[in-house]
Design a protein around this ligand. Structure first.
Ligand code: GDP
Length: 478
């Protein structure tokens, strides 16, 4: 197990020179493009308190950046990050507005606040961060990308409408994400409001409210009248306390992109939730497949800040491109390290795309076998008589060896048609014809779809070609 110094430095998010210095101290003279063994790499990683592992043989996706684990002694409690979910029109937006209003001072309310996709409120000197994107679409989209951003979900249910399809969806999403739920029974000011019915319906879906002997906290509120909002916020803090949310503020930042866009004046801007560590203006960062240096940070009150601690949402500028929501942000040692990591990621994506789009062909068969891209060769057979199809099928199957299995997936009598080409394209097969030719349309389609069609007069020649292709001895077609 060897690793090139430069790659190793990237993974540790350290400057290669620093790694080289450490190697020299260990008596190892290695240049930036030379390989070092696992033992040496491990010693250095340990100095940084980073755990590294030997790459498992079969691991397809390789982690390109090692993230050091925090020690318990470094962890401090952090504010909860909350998402509001619920059925359409049950009052998600109104609730977020009401929450903001109760806590925002008059002066701030009067000013022009730029919407950054998240807002912070403070009660009893304790912070709560609300993600403004209401609804579970954002929530699930992020989760699908492997990002867990929410600590607590507020499920808004209108007291006059009760549990509806999207309420149930939200319950299921929160359950799947193992996120604790607080129910806000909204619109209690309405004449038709029936909070008890809501509680009963929630129980029917496995959400048992405290007063019914369960564990779920429900708070009756009116977003419109601003009623009982304080109580809801206190419940959020209570649940947060039970969750013992912690992070290490004294480490390089790790965050996740909540939303991002291209701003005419400021270039790419991204709202990032800092999940661990502290982000500072001037930090070099990798964000998904882009990188940059944090030029400025704006908080939810539209103020410039220079430091963002765990559970802070800030809008950052300075990235070279617009990242995607759900992308991870990692602060690294310097710009160069950031650029190298991104270059590696992009290369890997390109390679994967190339592999995915590369259609099978006899000419490239040997190479594709060597690359481990294919383990079987699918063949569609067309011939002028039925007897030939059967004969060739059997001879072909006998050509299979331990490297590649020859699999005739379809055989028929008559010209090679568009349907044959479509089937070949869909199943990554090549087409072999005996004493038949492709129709004009089939030829054109094959060209477009990159399907390899071979025609022969003698069966023996076909078998010979395939055998040659399997051993890399096929002469390329002109
Ligand atoms: P969302 O689709 O869940 O974001 O719901 P909205 O916040 O847009 O609210 C939908 C409608 O319900 C709006 O007309 C709100 O004014 C109204 N609404 C929201 N909360 C309350 C409430 O507490 N009481 C009453 N009476 N109406 C409310």
């Amino acid at each position: 197990e060897q690793i090139i110094v430069k790659d190793f430095a990237d993974k540790l998010r350290k400057n290669p020179n620093e790694i080289i210095m450490k190697l020299i101290q260990m008596g190892i003279m290695a240049a930036i493009n030379q390989e070092i063994d696992f033992e040496a790499a491990n010693k250095i990683a340990l100095e940084y308190e980073i755990e590294i592992h030997k790459k498992e043989e079969e691991r397809v996706e390789e982690v390109d950046v090692y993230i050091a684990k925090d020690e318990a002694k470094d962890l401090r409690s952090r504010p909860p990050v909350v998402t509001v979910m619920g059925h359409v029109d049950h009052g998600k937006t109104s609730l977020l507005d009401a929450i903001r209003k109760t806590k925002v001072t008059e002066r701030e309310a009067g000013g022009i606040t730029q919407h950054i996709g998240a807002s912070e409120v403070e009660i009893d000197k304790k912070k709560i961060v609300f993600l403004d994107t209401p609804g579970h679409e954002a929530f699930t989209a992020m989760r699908a990308r492997g990002a867990k951003v929410t600590d607590i979900a507020i499920l808004v249910v209108a007291a006059d409408d009760g549990v509806m399809p999207q309420t149930i969806e939200a319950i299921n999403h929160a359950k799947a994400a193992k996120v604790p739920v607080i129910v806000a029974i909204n619109k209690i000011d309405k004449p038709g409001a029936n909070p008890d019915r809501v509680k009963q319906e929630l129980a029917d879906h496995g959400m048992i409210i405290e007063e019914y002997g369960g564990e779920v906290i429900a708070v009756p509120v009116s977003a419109l009248k601003g009623e009982n909002i304080d109580n809801l916020l206190e419940m959020i803090l209570l649940v947060a306390e039970m969750e013992e949310l912690k992070a290490n503020p004294n480490r390089e930042a790790i965050g996740v992109v909540i939303e991002a866009k291209l701003d005419k004046g400021r270039g790419p801007v991204a709202t990032v939730l800092i999940q661990n560590g502290t982000l500072r203006v001037g930090d070099s960062v990798v964000v998904g497949n882009t990188s940059g240096r944090v030029r400025a940070m704006i908080n939810d009150k539209s103020r410039n800040v220079s430091v963002a601690k765990p559970s802070t949402a800030i809008e950052i500028t300075g990235l070279s491109e617009v990242p995607d929501a759900g992308d991870q942000l990692l602060a690294v040692d310097d710009d160069r390290t950031a650029r190298d990591i991104v270059a590696n990621r992009i290369n890997r994506i390109k390679e994967a795309q190339l592999k995915a789009s590369q259609k099978i062909s006899l000419d490239a068969l040997y190479q594709q076998m060597q690359d481990g891209q294919i383990k079987e060769l699918n063949i569609i057979l067309k011939a002028d008589v039925h007897g030939s199809v059967e004969a060739v099928k059997q001879s072909l199957q006998k050509l299979s060896n331990d490297k590649v299995i020859i699999r005739p997936i379809h055989g028929g009598v008559g010209a090679i048609t568009e349907t044959d080409v479509m089937l070949a394209a869909a199943s990554n097969a090549i087409i072999i014809g005996f004493n038949v030719r492709p129709t004009t349309h089939a030829s054109a389609l094959a060209k477009k779809e990159d399907v390899d069609i071979r025609t022969y007069r003698i069966i023996y020649n076909a078998l010979e070609d395939i055998e040659a292709a399997m051993t890399g001895m096929l002469d390329p077609e002109y």
